[in-house]
Ligand binder design. Structure first.
Ligand SMILES: O=C(O)C1=N[C@H](C(=O)O)C[C@H](O)C1
Length: 291
């Protein structure tokens, strides 16, 4: 699972439905410009705010584009309860190469409870799981030891790791060198994580700048650290601006501005971003294009 997976937004039409045409255009743009795979129904895709029927529409569009490009499709599935997660995982599995299953949030189960959750979901489907570790969203941090245990499960092919830092637990997990995929899900930390042995990344920012992210990952893979670092430094202002306000509102505004999607709407409780933040992100993006 090398390379960069673009975490897709779910575009909406002016009247509020899922905009399949814009989604297809965006997915083609990402895969045509270096992304190794797509992530549908992730955080960026506002999955929690979609109906089951809308999630199905998103998956059908993304599956068609991923097949056309011979690329992987990673699909978000999961909620705080094991039974509901299994139900959703079974629904999404037929259209997915891997399921991105979030660490059960809000209830703060024990680490053993988290391991059992993944084992149960994995036993219920026949596609590999990618555990989505994002403690600043779930409220459930995992120790380095638990991360390694999670990666040791046969049903877990890898982890999407968003610690918001390269912290001690991250270092322990990478040092354990489990042979499973570690995908960095913090856009700004992809380069350092790749340098420490991560296999790839999942980035919302890659919807806007797939080529630059892909080139950065390629540079690291081929041992060209200086080029990788230069791209990382050039991408930092973009990643920072895109996440200044709750994601994906700034990203959607930028994508609409450059015509990759028709409308920037996000669903409540997300708000439209402040124009200054969008201007800052577009400025960072345009500087990148001219770099
Ligand atoms: O869509 C996702 O999944 C992503 N999740 C990360 C997060 O918001 O925690 C960020 C990443 O860019 C995409």
């Amino acid at each position: 699972m090398h390379g960069i997976n673009a975490a897709l937004v779910t575009p909406f039409t002016r009247s509020g439905e899922v905009d399949a045409k814009s989604l297809e255009r965006l997915a083609v743009h990402c895969l045509g410009n270096g992304a190794a795979g797509l992530v549908a129904l992730g955080t960026t895709g506002e999955a929690a705010l979609l109906t089951a029927e809308e999630r199905r529409t998103v998956l059908e569009v993304c599956r068609a584009v991923s097949i056309e490009h011979g690329a992987r499709l990673i699909v978000g599935a999961g909620t705080m309860g094991t039974a509901d997660t299994i139900r959703e995982a079974r629904e999404h599995a037929p259209l997915a190469d891997a399921l991105l299953v979030v660490v059960p949030y809000y209830l703060r189960p024990s680490d053993d409870g988290v391991i059992d959750h993944f084992a149960a979901v994995g036993a219920a489907v026949d596609v590999p799981l990618i555990a989505y570790n994002v403690p600043y969203r779930t409220g459930k941090p995992l120790s380095g030891e638990t991360l390694v245990r999670l990666l040791g499960l046969g049903c877990v092919a890898g982890i999407k790791h968003c610690a918001g830092a390269v912290d001690q637990d991250t270092l322990e997990m990478l040092a354990a060198d489990t042979g499973k995929a570690v995908l960095c899900g913090d856009d700004a930390y992809i380069y350092p994580m790749l340098q420490l042995g991560a296999s790839g990344g999942v980035a919302a920012s890659a919807c806007l700048a797939p080529r630059a992210y892909a080139d950065m990952a390629d540079a690291v893979r081929h041992g060209n650290a200086a080029r990788g670092l230069a791209l990382h430094n050039a991408l930092l202002p973009l990643a920072r601006a895109l996440f200044t306000e709750p994601s994906p509102s700034v990203l959607k505004a930028c994508l609409a501005e450059i015509g990759l999607i028709d409308d920037p709407a996000v669903r409540a409780p997300l708000h439209a971003p402040h124009p200054e933040t969008v201007a800052e992100a577009l400025h960072a993006f345009r500087r990148l294009s001219f770099a």
